[in-house]
Design a binder for this molecule. Structure first.
Ligand code: ADP
Length: 447
């Protein structure tokens, strides 16, 4: 087992990982930028090292500096969290070269799932159903129009290197193609330094269903059921729940096994998530695989009793899983709401000082946050402050507890998205489980 683990991340996820390290008796080593000198993750860690200025490119993405700190602190392993360096195969490879364990899959596996076109190709070959589309990058407008005719409008042009809902364009007809293609390539280049794009059929109002996986270094892989993440804005998740109200036991086993099959085909190890879109007839199609811990992992923890970060550390240290004995049991229902520092009217980020913070309390309420009273929300980072998670014996009980928790949450000094979350959680369609990826837009235009 490790005695020291460096956490190459910040915010709520760094806090989350430190807690599991402490539970395992591991010293957690934090890193921080100028803007984060006073951040909760720095205070909570056993030791913390400054890695650079506020901009992530100079601090949290500075591989040379982070690896130097890991060596100086004698960390045996690095937990990358999510975002930042978590899906960077070069970083995983450099850890390997330095003799530091990267808590995640092997670099070549990360690389395989990093490009969406290649991931589609691999999953298709492994017998996993994929969203109708092409395993080819688009070269020009004429080719794109040809592809669209083959698929039938509407279609979606997507950045192969995309993430965080960035770099997707819906195209309804031929006339829109040129502009959409240029826009998508431009965004892909600007955000991911890679302008390759490809095309998928645009599914109308599907559900986003994903399967949590856990695999050891010996090929043993289990699934920890599904999460539904259909409540999204600009293709980014806002509310997640586990299990999905739309998935029955038979479908749960089927989609879980397909995800395991995909993971085994690529020699997957550690925690990972296979994302699918599901249509109204319960057909599901592979969307992408995230080779890291997800933001929404706590809802899976709440319904299984597993500590996923602990499991990640243990399997990275060599723990073997038993595919039968380690199968989790599903208990109750959990919901997560992501709390963003944003103006609920304009949807623009709302950085600034949190004058006072009140988190909801209760037996079945969990708060995963990386802020505290007096904390300054910096414009340099993602505006997600943290997550509120509630559990119930059934879905309605989890919803009721979330309604109360959202009422109790208070952050003075900054604007947060609580009013939007409240609208969603108490909307008849959400309560009835009639969720899909365009539901928030519909709810907000109802007024
Ligand atoms: P990212 O990697 O940026 O998160 P994903 O490929 O995972 O992008 O898709 C994010 C979301 O975008 C999905 O959950 C869904 O709401 C929407 N989306 C993506 N592809 C399609 C598609 N082909 N049809 C309809 N919606 C899609």
């Amino acid at each position: 087992m490790f005695s020291k683990v460096l956490i190459a991340n910040r915010g709520e996820i760094a806090v989350r990982i430190i807690k599991s390290c402490q539970k395992l008796g591991i010293e957690a080593i934090a890193i921080y930028s100028d803007a984060d000198a006073e951040a909760p993750h720095v205070k909570l860690a056993g030791r913390a090292f400054h890695v650079g200025p506020s901009r992530v490119s100079q601090s949290y993405l500075n591989m040379d500096r982070i690896l130097a700190v890991a060596k100086e602190a004698c960390a045996e392993a690095i937990h990358p969290g999510y975002g930042l360096l978590s899906e960077n195969p070069e970083f995983a490879r450099r850890c390997q070269v330095e003799g530091i364990i990267f808590i995640g899959p092997k670099p070549e596996v990360i690389a395989k799932m990093g490009g969406k076109v290649r991931a589609r190709e691999i999953m298709k070959a492994a017998g996993v159903p994929i969203v109708a589309g092409f395993e080819k990058h688009i070269n020009d407008v004429a080719q794109a129009k040809g592809f669209a005719i083959e698929l039938g409008y509407p279609v979606m042009i997507k950045a192969s290197a995309g993430g965080g809902g960035i770099g997707m364009q819906i195209v309804h007809k031929d006339d829109e193609m040129e502009k959409a293609l240029k826009a998508c390539q431009g965004r892909a280049k600007a955000y991911f330094d890679d302008d390759s794009v490809y095309m998928e059929k645009y599914l109308e109002s599907p559900r986003h269903i994903e399967v949590q996986l856990l695999a050891d270094n010996y090929g043993n892989t289990i699934h920890l059921f599904e999460r539904e993440c259909s409540i999204q804005r600009r293709h980014q998740k806002v509310v997640e729940e586990a299990p999905s109200a739309f998935v029955d036991e038979k479908l749960r086993e089927k989609i879980g096994n397909v995800a395991v099959q995909g993971a085994k085909a690529i020699g997957y190890s550690n925690a990972g998530t296979v994302e699918f879109l599901m249509d109204k007839d319960k057909n599901f199609y592979f969307l992408e695989m995230n080779t890291r811990l997800q933001v929404e992992h706590p809802i899976t923890e709440m319904i299984t009793g597993y500590d996923l970060v602990e499991e990640q550390i243990l399997v990275a240290a060599g723990k073997k899983l038993d595919e039968e004995k380690d199968k989790p049991k599903l208990q109750g229902h959990a919901i997560e709401c992501r709390i963003y520092a944003e103006d609920p009217k304009t949807l623009l980020p709302s950085p600034g000082k949190v004058n006072s913070l009140t988190l909801p309390e209760g037996d079945f309420v969990r708060n995963d946050f990386g802020i505290c009273s007096g904390y300054i929300v910096s414009p340099y980072y993602d505006p997600m402050l943290g997550k509120i998670i509630t559990w119930g014996n059934d879905r309605q009980e989890a919803i009721n507890r979330m309604v109360k928790a959202l009422e109790d949450f208070q952050a003075e000094g900054i604007k947060v998205n609580i009013p939007i979350l409240q609208k969603v959680i108490s909307h008849p369609k959400f309560i009835a489980g009639e969720t899909h990826t365009n539901l928030i837009e519909q709810i907000l235009t109802e007024e």
